[in-house]
Write a protein that binds this ligand. Structure first.
Ligand code: HEM
Length: 248
């Protein structure tokens, strides 16, 4: 029987699910506005009930998305600054060395891939790309939502510039999510056909040992000192073991 290790808290799983739902609604209501001259775009605007409704849904969903990002950053900064959780997503020198070591491994210049901690360099790069992209979308989105107020503070030319940035960044984010993120998280040989850990919160001991060897070793060492409690916030760094099959 496979053993499962707790990897994500209920809050992290909620944030990811809310992010998927809100981002999907924003892409579905935003991209047809950008490509309105294309047949598929004008057709989908009509199917969704017309441009007024599409703009309305986009604006309110944008505000919810902004709230999710702000709450995420506030909680993460608080937890890291008060040392409640380790800054496991902050890039370090090891990430650059790991990226080089991984290239060497892919080119068969070394026999072993690097050993990663809780998040590898690709996951950190993607996370910070997502944070930066979200901030661009939120700032430019609010500039478009309040153009008169924005033009009182800044030169008027920033409004068309914000529209251009908002649309191009949306397209970039959409393409990154459907190619890079879905490949890394679900379609790569290591994860195919589907890595459900961010939905169930649990991952297999085998995957943990292979993909996050350093965290796994720390977890084993802590296990020898004390039996970690099962639940959503067990030591070290939110990991606990169970042989229950995750639901879903
Ligand atoms: C990351 C998620 C988002 C995506 C993928 C997205 C996508 C888009 C796209 C593609 C457009 C059309 C741009 C063009 O016509 O060139 C657009 C317009 C717009 N977006 Fe977003 N957007 C996002 C987040 C936001 C946020 C956070 C807000 C702020 C509340 C916002 C507010 C607006 C506004 C006001 C417009 C102009 C159209 C209108 O007046 O409704 N968006 N968005």
């Amino acid at each position: 029987m496979k053993e499962y290790i707790q990897r994500f808290t209920i809050w992290q799983r909620f944030e990811h699910a809310a992010g998927i739902i809100l981002f999907t609604i924003l892409a579905i209501t935003g991209l047809p506005q950008e490509f309105y001259q294309q047949h598929w775009a004008s057709w989908s605007i009509l199917v969704m009930g017309g441009i007024e409704r599409v703009m309305w849904i986009h604006r309110y969903t944008g505000m919810l998305f902004a709230a999710l990002v702000v709450v995420h950053l506030a909680i993460a900064s608080f937890q890291v600054s008060t040392r409640r959780v380790k800054a496991s997503l902050v890039p370090a020198r090891k990430d650059f060395l790991d990226a080089i070591a991984m290239m060497r491994y892919y080119l068969r210049l070394s026999d072993e891939p690097p050993r990663f901690d809780r998040y590898d360099y690709r996951q950190k790069f993607e996370y910070w790309g997502l944070v930066a992209g979200s901030l661009i979308m939120i700032v430019t989105g609010f500039m478009l939502l309040f153009p008169v107020e924005t033009a009182r503070l800044l030169p008027g030319q920033v409004i068309p510039a914000a529209l251009m940035m908002h649309g191009r960044e949306a397209l970039l984010a959409f393409l990154i999510v459907i190619t890079w993120h879905l490949y890394n998280a679900h379609l790569s040989p290591e994860s195919f056909p589907f890595d459900a850990s961010i939905f169930t919160g649990k991952t297999t001991r085998e995957k943990m040992e292979k993909e996050h060897a350093l965290e796994y070793e720390r977890w084993l060492a802590a296990l020898q000192v004390s039996q970690p409690p099962a639940g959503d916030n067990p030591p070290p760094e939110e990991t606990a073991v169970s042989d229950e099959k995750p639901a879903g």
